[in-house]
Design a binder for this molecule. Structure first.
Ligand code: TYM
Length: 365
């Protein structure tokens, strides 16, 4: 498994964190080091350039996003937004967050849903995102349907660099798909160009994009094209995958709701979902105590690891592996942890005033 992942990472041009890199950040960025050690972030592209720019006193900015395919984020989305907030603090950086209501409208197979429905889900998602504690003075959150006027000029320039063939093949679009699917991808690349956020982001700032590697396809193209447009290519930071409830080999995904636990789920729902999740425990308690649990395939453990400290995870892992902890112990620890995280999240969300929300969606603060 890890061999395959290593090869995949190399193929996609992602870089592991070398010892040299870890030494470079050790004294200066202990919180970044901790994200890496805990496996919350797993690889990168050109993160060195971000460190170089920070050393020279230059501004950088962070760009991430969300496709509002549901009215609530799930625990998989939790990771990139939690990390983006940390990065805002670590690098003292401005953040822009693209909410792609257009993308999800064009990709929805439910023809009863209108653009308005996706705009409404976008607003609910924005409230979720704000609950991660971003700085309202340094964070701009926008939906594509509303910000399109600002995106369009650069979008035209980016579009001119692509052929139909390139987009069709890269995104697996077929001749019977709607044409919106052909025109969408460049819009996700446009926020890598700082001048789009004129007045909020310094035009010379380098862009850093935290996301899981499912989004890398857009930014691989962006990195190529932007060099041709004489714009600095973005650096990337890849977060780990929170797995599906059915198997660690797939990610938790809102396009398959049965794989996911939503931040809007009730405590009882979380309990039920984790209760049914795929476990690495043995058939009987006796056998489990003798042979121990299979940590690599156990879904609750592989979700839990992102939400507890490294030391607590190591301890839990060892006790499960040795058979001291039963599958039911791992499940109840995961249920309690997720429900605690969810409670803090919901309290934060309920405390966001309309005025604060307005500040987040305003470009010129
Ligand atoms: P979306 O809404 O599918 O996902 C939002 C962010 O969550 C990450 N992600 C996950 N991370 C860990 N574990 C998971 N199970 C998991 N599932 C999703 C995604 O990689 C993403 O970072 N097209 C995009 C929206 C977008 C965007 C961006 C994302 C626009 N611009 C810039 C990242 C960066 C989308 O539909 O994301």
């Amino acid at each position: 498994m890890s061999d395959i992942m290593d090869k995949k990472t190399q193929l996609l041009g992602q870089q592991h964190f070398s010892d040299e890199f870890l030494e470079r950040i050790e004294g200066k960025y202990p919180d970044l080091l901790s994200l890496i050690r805990r496996g919350l972030v797993v690889s990168h592209k050109d993160l060195n350039f971000i460190l170089d720019d920070k050393e020279k006193g230059k501004d950088i900015y962070i760009y991430t996003g969300r496709g509002p395919s549901s009215g609530s984020l799930h625990f998989g989305h939790f990771l990139p937004f939690f990390i983006t907030k940390k990065l805002q603090d670590i690098f003292d950086a401005k953040v822009v967050i693209q909410v792609t209501d257009d993308e999800k409208y064009l990709y929805s197979n439910d023809n009863t849903k209108s653009v308005k429905n996706f705009q409404e889900m976008a607003l609910e998602n924005i409230k979720d995102i704000v609950a991660f504690g971003f700085d309202p003075d340094k964070t701009f959150i926008f939906t594509n349907t509303q910000f399109i006027g600002n995106l369009y000029e650069v979008d035209l320039q980016v579009k001119k660099h692509f052929t139909l063939n390139q987009i069709k093949h890269t995104f697996g679009i077929t001749d019977s798909d709607n044409v919106g699917r052909i025109s969408y991808p460049t819009l996700q690349m446009v926020p890598c160009v700082p001048k789009v956020f004129n007045g909020f982001i310094n035009e010379k700032s380098r862009c850093l994009i935290p996301c899981a590697d499912d989004q890398d396809v857009y930014f691989r193209l962006a990195r190529d094209i932007l060099s041709k447009m004489k714009v600095q290519k973005p650096s990337m930071l890849f977060v780990g995958y929170v797995p599906s409830l059915q198997t660690v080999n797939e990610k938790m995904s809102s396009s398959k709701p049965e794989t996911a636990i939503y931040l809007s789920d009730s405590d009882n729902n979380v309990k039920k979902k984790i209760g049914r999740a795929f476990s690495g425990g043995k058939e009987t308690v006796e056998e489990h105590k003798e042979k121990g649990g299979d940590c690599d395939v156990d879904v609750p453990l592989n979700i839990l690891k992102y939400f507890i400290s490294y030391n607590e995870y190591k301890d839990t892992y060892e006790k499960y592996k040795s058979g001291e902890y039963l599958s039911s112990d791992i499940k109840s620890k995961t249920i309690n942890t997720l429900n605690e995280v969810k409670k803090i999240f919901i309290d934060n969300r309920n405390n966001v005033s309309d005025e604060t929300l307005r500040k987040f969606v305003t470009l010129n603060k």
